[in-house]
Design a protein around this ligand. Structure first.
Ligand SMILES: [Zn+2]
Length: 101
């Protein structure tokens, strides 16, 4: 099952020739590595070893909701840095925590 390399949602149509990207929005955001790094740092700084609702991680930075949910999803599906409590696709009600090393 292929996933978009930016938002990590299941890929239905690929909009990129080089990468796996589901939309023009993901295509443009995928290019901005500095912003990706900043959002990833925000997400990791918001989580410790307890369970967190995705919506509570988003809450202080609502305008970056899409970026934050995408970052969380990448850390679950691609990077193995976070785990989630159920098998549903990531959404605002999903609970996540750091993966123990
Ligand atoms: Zn995408």
């Amino acid at each position: 099952m292929l996933r978009c390399e930016y938002c990590a949602r299941i890929l239905k149509i690929n909009r990129s020739d080089t990468y796996l990207l589901c939309s023009q929005k993901c295509k443009s955001k995928f290019k901005n590595k500095n912003q990706i790094k900043k959002v990833d740092e925000y997400v990791l700084g918001s989580i410790n070893n307890e369970w967190y609702f995705v919506k509570d991680i988003v809450l202080p930075k609502k305008s970056n909701k899409f970026e934050i949910v995408s970052s969380i999803s990448r850390m679950i599906y691609f990077e193995n840095r976070l785990i989630k409590k159920n098998n549903d696709e990531v959404n605002l009600q999903t609970r996540v925590t750091l993966k123990k090393k």
